[in-house]
Design a protein around this ligand. Structure first.
Ligand code: NDP
Length: 326
């Protein structure tokens, strides 16, 4: 048994509820491994768990993503050995820790070409982009798509991957600096949605036709307008709530706007089986190893300063991906 530090919360609320607790980590039991984290990924979903928007049992650990090294392997675990470099991006909750004991079903061995910080930054966001643009709606060369919050963690990966597929990317962003960054990562058209009418701009860019798919991690503030950006039979993928959850809507609205499709997906359902997770991760590792997608680790914080990282993420001060260092 050894004592490690972990970020935990004993009540839901703002970033101030996060505390740097001492926790006991034992030897792995049968079917478990102990992982020493070298880098932890920060994701917007962590703020939903902390705030209570997505309910958790309290007190709780936080975080679904990290990279590190296997320290010990319990009885009956095959395919992993002490010293192996691993990463995960689909939980379980509790990644904001120096070390942890977990079952290995979400763990992926890291290729040598991918360093630990890059891995911690890219697993959850990269897997998300993979299912959004390869499975939920299969983007084909020549398509023009709208991606909200294009300069964020998911956004910068998506811009590059979409470009690599031969799509034209329209991205919304919160500032001119973010617009420049999105363009540097393959976004063809940027829209400053805090100042400009993004629906009018999408119509203008597409000669009035609209787009076949909208990817929306922003939620409440852009949902209605996003439906108006779609072509008939278009796909509205509302996958996040950075500005707040989308209020209830009547299905009839999808009829009046052109027999639209609406989906509210989550990564864990697309990566529900080990086979799906491995296939998706291979795809992500492939585009990163080939250089088609570069992971922009634009902020790092000490893990104990996770509250500040949350303030900056929710304050729209970050770009690309963020890593917390134990
Ligand atoms: P980001 O790095 O994209 O950060 C969120 C961004 O949202 C901000 O930088 C900001 O960019 C934009 N934003 C717009 N309005 C607001 C607002 N009112 N408050 C705060 N931010 C706002 O985060 P992630 O890449 O980690 O995640 C992006 C989205 O994807 C999140 O909603 C997340 O929950 C979702 N997600 C969903 C998954 C799923 O499977 N369903 C999996 C992974 C992520 P700007 O200033 O340019 O507007």
């Amino acid at each position: 048994m050894s004592t490690v530090h972990a970020i935990r919360f004993h009540q839901t609320g703002g970033p101030e509820v996060l505390s740097w607790d001492s926790v006991e980590v034992g030897d792995p039991g049968p079917g478990e491994v102990r992982v020493r984290h070298t880098a932890v990924g920060l994701n917007y979903i962590d703020t939903y768990h902390r705030s209570g928007l997505y309910p958790v049992t309290l007190p709780s650990g936080l975080g679904l993503e990290a990279a590190g090294v296997i320290e010990a392997v319990g009885e009956g675990v095959g395919g992993l050995a002490p010293g192996d470099r691993v990463a995960y991006g689909t939980g379980p909750l509790g990644a904001y820790a120096e070390a942890r004991v977990m079952t290995p079903e979400t763990l992926l061995r890291l290729p040598d070409a991918i360093d630990d910080r890059t891995a911690a930054a890219m697993m959850l966001q990269g897997l998300t982009v993979q299912y959004l643009i390869r499975r939920l709606f299969r983007v084909e060369p020549g398509m023009t798509v709208l991606f909200h919050a294009a300069a964020g963690g998911v956004g910068l990966i998506a811009c590059q991957w979409l470009k690599h597929l031969g799509a034209t990317v329209i991205g919304t962003v919160g500032s001119p600096e973010k617009a420049e960054l999105a363009r540097a990562h393959g976004c063809d058209h940027t829209i400053l949605y805090r100042e400009e009418d993004f629906v009018a701009r999408v119509k203008e860019i597409t000669d009035g036709k609209g787009v076949p798919v909208v990817y929306d991690g922003v939620g409440k503030d852009v949902f209605d307008g996003s439906l108006d950006c779609l072509q008939r039979l278009g796909m509205m993928a509302t996958y996040g709530n950075a500005s707040g959850p989308v209020p209830d809507i009547s299905p009839l609205i999808l009829n009046t706007k052109g027999s639209l499709f609406l989906t509210r997906p989550k990564l864990m359902d697309y990566a529900a089986t080990r086979a799906e997770l491995v296939a998706m991760a291979d795809d992500v590792f492939g585009v990163v190893a080939s250089g088609a997608v570069r992971i922009a680790v634009n902020q790092t914080y000490a893990l104990k300063d996770a509250a500040q990282a949350h303030r900056d993420l929710e304050g729209r001060k970050t770009t690309g991906s963020t890593v917390l260092l134990p």
